[in-house]
Design a protein around this ligand. Sequence first.
Ligand code: SF4
Length: 422
Amino acid sequence: MKYVDEFRDPEKAQTLAKEIRQLVSRIERAKQRPLQIMEVCGGHTHTIFRYGIQQLLPDAVEFVHGPGCPVCVLPMGRVDDCVALAERDDVIFTTFGDAMRVPGSKKSLLKAKADGADVRMVYSPLDALKIARLNPDREVIFFGLGFETTMPSTAMTVLQARAQNVGNFSLFCNHITIIPTIKAILDSPDLHLDGFLGPGHVSMVIGTRPYDFIARHYRKPVTVAGFEPLDVLQSMWMVLRQIAEGRCEVENQYGRIVPEDGNAQALSAVTRVFEMREFFEWRGLGSIDHSGVRVREAFAAFDAERKFAVPNVKIADPKACQCGEVLKGVIKPHQCKVFGTACTPESPLGSLMVSSEGACAAYYHYGRIDTSRIDARRSARQAAGAANAEAVAGCLGAAGATAAAPPLIANTVAASTARGVT
Ligand code: SF4
C-alpha cells in the first residue's frame, strides 16, 4: 500500500465490518453485554468519530475512549504554573498550539498572551531553542508535554542546548508515561474492559513489549493499532479474534511503523535526560505513581522547575466537570452534565473539549453517533451489572489482576542495557 486513500477504502472497510460481525456472533460473552474495547489513544478516538467507525460495528461492540490525549490529562494546577512562568517579564514562554487553550483556574495561556505575556506557539522544541539563541537577554522556557511520543524530541533538544551552551533555554517538564496509566485503569473498580487498541505513536518509541503485562497478568488482549480507518477496523478485528479464540496476547497491527523493541536511539536520549517522578497528578484521574518524568540532576541548568519559582499548587477541577469519568471510560462525553452547554470547543470547561484528540471535542465535532442507542445499551448494561462482574471475573481466570507494571524508564534502562545502549 502506497497511498493513504488505500487505508480508507470503503469496500475493504465493509468487508472488515462483515468479518467483525461474524466474529462477534461466535463470542458468547457478547450475547449478554456489549464487549468494551478501549482505544487508549486520542488519535484513535478522532479516527473513530471522523470516519463513523462505531456505526459500522455491531451493537455488541463498544469503544471506550481512553486517556491517551496528553493535553486532556493536564491538571489545572500545571496550567496555572505555565501561566505564572509566562507572566514573568524576563520570560518568553513557548508551547505547542493545542496547549494554548487548556483552561487553568484563572486563565489559559491564550488569555495570558492576550493580557500581555510573551507566549509563542512553536511546532517543535527545536523552534524554542532557536528562539533562545536569537534572544540571549531573555529566558526561553519550552512547555514539554506529551507521552513517550514527544519525549525523545524534548530530550534531544535539551542535549543540543547543553552541547551548544544555550544557557537561557529551559524546559518546564510535563511529560507523562502510558504504562502506569493503563495499569491504573485496569485496577479501577468502575471499569470492565474486554481488550485494548494499543497506542500507535507511543509504541513507535517504546515498542510492544511493555504491554505484555496486560495480556499476561490482566488477561486482556491488546492490538497496537494504526490511525487510518482500516487500521482501526483491522485492529478491532484482531482483538475480537483473540477473544473468540480465548487468547490474550499483544499483537501489532501497526507493524509498518512500530518495531517490537521500539526506537533504541530515542529511548537512549530519554533515559539520559529524564528520570521517573515518584508520582504525577492527572486531570480527573488523580495522582498516579511513576506516571511522569522530570529532568535529571545532571541537566538541572535546563530545568525550569529548578531555575524559577513554580507555584506548584494543586487545583481541583470545577465541580460540574466530569472529565475524569470520561477519561476512565465510565461515562460517554455526551453524558457529562455540561457537554455542549456550559462546555463547548469555543468555551471549554474541561480539557477534553480543547484538543482535537479529546473525546468530548470528537463527539462535539463529529456527533453522528446515535446517542439514544448508546444510552439504551448503557442502561441495559447497568441493570445487568452483577452478571457482568461475574463474567469478567471468569475471564480473569486464575492469574488474577494484581500484577505490578514496571515503570517505563526502569523498563527502558533494562532493555537498553540488554541491547548495549547506554
Ligand atoms: S463536556 Fe467538558 S467538562 Fe464535561 S467531560 Fe467533556 S470536557 Fe469535561
